[in-house]
Ligand binder design. Structure first.
Ligand SMILES: [Zn+2]
Length: 403
């Protein structure tokens, strides 16, 4: 891989019209329609995976009284990384994480051991302060959307739950084309909760890592003060590593919010909480993807999947009908009817990294029984003339298989 030819995600983002920034909203992202298509496809995929894994989606308020972060204990460590303000003599904050408010949902009714594990997912819009000098592009932002998930469970359910998340995470990264590596962070010097519960949680996480068959190492004392964690690093085509996914256990929030469930004997017990994220933030993950694929997204994520190019005005009506038919089949297709030469249209389509370019000339229009289309891939490969129905079938298969 010749690194000299690789582009920065900000350049790719501009050339492909994925996102923009504006000095009036420093450290935040304006998603343009093509970028929003990528966000929506990722959201859709993760949402379907969440449902398969038993997560119920919730949404908690962005603006909330600071008291909740006093109660959770975050304010003590985190106050200066938060946006805090006074409204009608009360202190409010923009939430920097979703966990404390998710604890309020857990607490909103009596929970039985039969309800556990109880899993909530959220696409939470979060705000965390960064120095204005270090923000830029998608990789470092002050406002971002996390694909968050929280599980409340009994301590003897921890190993199986973590195992299930580990399998999910490693499958996801393989699908996206990233090798991944897992790190278990154990008890740090400053830690909350008694030694016994730490030992139990560390053993559960370690067993889950062993059973999952993933490549892992132990990072001594790298856990969070509220529980041991697993960080998952991915490696991109430039051999850079990024921590995108995380699985953290938490004994602190259940204690701070006095969370309980009723056990088999009718007694009150404290659940353990897991925080988990598969991609981290959408902003950062798409920034990594832009550089990893250099804008050439797999078909299922590509903002435009096919551009149809009539060679002359004579084929324009026919080309429009083909675009309509592709759209009716759920394929993101566009028409390039500019008064440009075909070579220029092909070059522009390839530069825009559109996976398939469909060319319609007199030969293709003449077929009365079945529409024909001459198909090229963005890398220049010529697939020749295909029946439209076969082309649609091929695209649908690739989208289904996420390739
Ligand atoms: Zn959390």
């Amino acid at each position: 891989m010749d690194k000299a030819n690789l582009k920065d995600h900000r350049q790719i983002g501009q050339e492909l019209e994925i996102f923009m920034v504006n000095e009036l909203a420093p450290g935040t992202i304006f998603w343009l329609p093509k970028g929003m298509t990528i966000v929506k496809q990722l959201e859709k995929f993760i949402r379907s995976q969440n449902e398969i894994h038993g997560f119920q989606e919730v949404q908690t308020p962005i603006l909330v009284k600071s008291d909740i972060f006093q109660q959770s204990g975050h304010f003590k460590y985190y106050e200066h990384s938060m946006y805090n303000m006074e409204i009608e003599h009360e202190r409010y904050s923009l939430k920097p994480m979703n966990c404390p408010e998710t604890a309020l949902i857990y607490k909103s009714k009596t929970r039985s051991y039969k309800d556990l594990p109880l899993r909530y997912s959220e696409y939470g819009r979060l705000h965390r302060r960064e120095l204005s000098g270090v923000v830029g592009g998608l990789l470092r932002v002050i406002e971002f959307t996390q694909d968050d998930g929280h599980v409340f469970l009994k301590s003897d359910q921890l190993e199986n739950e973590v195992l299930s998340i580990l399998k999910w995470v490693s499958q996801f990264h393989a699908l996206m084309g990233f090798p991944s590596k897992f790190y278990l962070g154990t008890k740090p010097d400053k830690a909350l909760g008694d030694a016994k519960i730490w030992q139990m949680a560390e053993a559960s996480l370690k067993n889950a890592l062993k059973k999952s068959g993933v490549n892992f190492e132990i990072r001594e004392k790298d856990g969070v003060f509220y529980g041991p964690k697993i960080d998952i690093d991915i490696t991109d085509i430039q051999n850079r590593t990024w921590t995108v996914s995380t699985i953290q256990t938490d004994f602190n929030i259940p204690k701070q919010f006095d969370l309980e469930y009723v056990d088999e004997d009718g007694k009150s017990q404290k659940p353990v909480m897991i925080h988990r994220s598969i991609i981290g933030s959408f902003e950062r993950f798409i920034g990594i993807l832009l550089e990893h694929y250099q804008g050439a997204f797999p078909v299922w994520l590509a903002p435009v999947q096919v551009v149809i190019m009539p060679i002359t005005d004579r084929q324009e009506e026919h080309a429009k009908k083909i675009v309509e038919e592709l759209k009716e089949n759920g394929i993101r297709a566009e028409l390039d009817n500019r008064a440009e030469r075909l070579q220029a249209k092909i070059r522009d389509g390839s530069l825009q990294k559109v996976p398939y370019l469909g060319i319609i000339g007199d030969k293709e229009v003449q077929s009365y029984e079945e529409s024909l289309i001459s198909v090229r891939k963005r890398n220049g490969e010529d697939l020749g003339q295909l029946k439209l129905s076969d082309f649609i079938k091929r695209l649908k298969e690739e989208i289904d298989k996420k390739i």
